[in-house]
Design a binder for this molecule. Structure first.
Ligand SMILES: C[S@@+](CC[C@H](N)C(=O)[O-])C[C@H]1O[C@@H](n2cnc3c(N)ncnc32)[C@H](O)[C@@H]1O
Length: 314
């Protein structure tokens, strides 16, 4: 796959809303580059002065970079991003110079460009996610360390939608549960499920890079024998029944397979959904209620919503 790097030059104030806009349009691996941070970080950690590359960072401000697959919708997606950023002015957000540039990147660069920004993060009561390139020593004996190489697939583990999903799994998974992970990305939810006690996970993703990434990350965490990953569209032709189905996708996609999720759950099974923006919360809740689920809980983080629903029969 070919990738395009979109780079937005903006202000500190606009980092969060612009990152959200990029995530919402399906961009992967959003990176914030603040030339001043780079200098400080180098001085603090390595005792050496980072020489600012003026060609790379010609102006003051922050550079937000993200990666979009090059396909026939790229032009429309970029227009949509520019429009949404301009709309921030309506909320009095200073978007600075708001220069948006687009350039093609090689797959290898895509995979490594953002590595320096990921650090170990405790994302639930038990789980700390650490990138493979960090040496992390757990602070307490109950802490579970999940190592992740996000590589090319969505899922650094720290996005609010992923955090909400893992917190949901942690609350509900039981010893020996069977799990289905729809849209597994880097495999982070599948791996977390096993580390938290599940017996087996059946993980699916449409993207072959995600399938490979899940396989590699499962191996890295020594749980590959219990995670069965396959390229698949949602739950098409899946004939298994699980105790929990987890899916961090988008509201529009979740509602497309609620019926299948019902069939692929055991009685009283749980459907942990995430990746839902606030505006679509009620739509997903209604569809779940109309298709044989009750709502167990709704959790929110930033603008994102996760709904846990239980299969009750129709
Ligand atoms: C938001 S990411 C979530 C990744 C990971 N589960 C996490 O929580 O970090 C959504 C994933 O769903 C996958 N996906 C999108 N549409 C899909 C479909 N129709 N069938 C299967 N996977 C799909 C994408 O390729 C992507 O890896």
């Amino acid at each position: 796959m070919r990738w395009s790097e979109i780079c937005v030059h903006t202000t500190n104030e606009a980092i969060e809303p612009i990152s959200n806009i990029l995530h919402e349009t399906g961009a992967s691996g959003v990176v914030i580059e603040d030339p001043l941070d780079l200098i400080t970080e180098r001085e603090d950690n390595f005792g050496e002065i980072y020489e600012l590359n003026k060609d790379q960072y010609p102006e003051e401000g922050v550079y937000i970079k993200a990666y979009l697959p090059i396909n026939s919708f790229l032009g429309e997606t970029v227009d949509e991003i520019k429009q949404s950023i301009n709309n921030l002015l309506l909320y009095d957000i200073d978007i600075g110079s708001n220069t948006v540039t687009l350039s093609e990147v090689k797959e290898e660069e895509w995979a490594t460009a953002w590595k320096k920004y990921y650090k170990p993060v405790k994302i639930s009561k038990k789980i700390t996610i650490t990138p493979t390139w960090e040496d992390y020593v757990p602070v307490s004996p109950d802490e579970i360390v999940l190592e992740l190489d996000p590589g090319m697939a969505f899922g650094t583990g720290t996005h609010p939608t992923t955090v909400l999903s893992i917190q949901g799994i942690e609350r509900y998974v039981q010893e020996n549960d069977d799990i289905i992970d729809v849209g597994c990305g880097s495999g982070v939810l599948s791996i977390a499920s096993i580390l938290l006690g599940a017996k087996e996970v059946f993980a699916y993703d449409l993207d072959d890079i995600a399938v490979k990434s899940t396989g590699l990350n499962a191996k890295l965490n020594k749980v590959d024998k219990r995670i069965h990953v396959k390229q698949n569209n949602l739950l098409d032709n899946v004939n298994k029944q699980a105790d929990i189905i987890v899916s961090n996708i988008l509201a529009e996609i979740i509602i497309r397979f609620i019926k299948e999720a019902w069939y692929n759950l055991k009685d009283d099974g749980l459907f942990i959904t995430s990746g839902i923006i606030q505006a679509k919360k009620d739509l997903v809740k209604d569809q779940l209620l109309q298709n044989g689920f009750t709502i167990i809980e709704v959790n929110e983080m930033e603008d994102w919503v996760s709904i846990v629903a239980k299969k009750v029969g129709v």
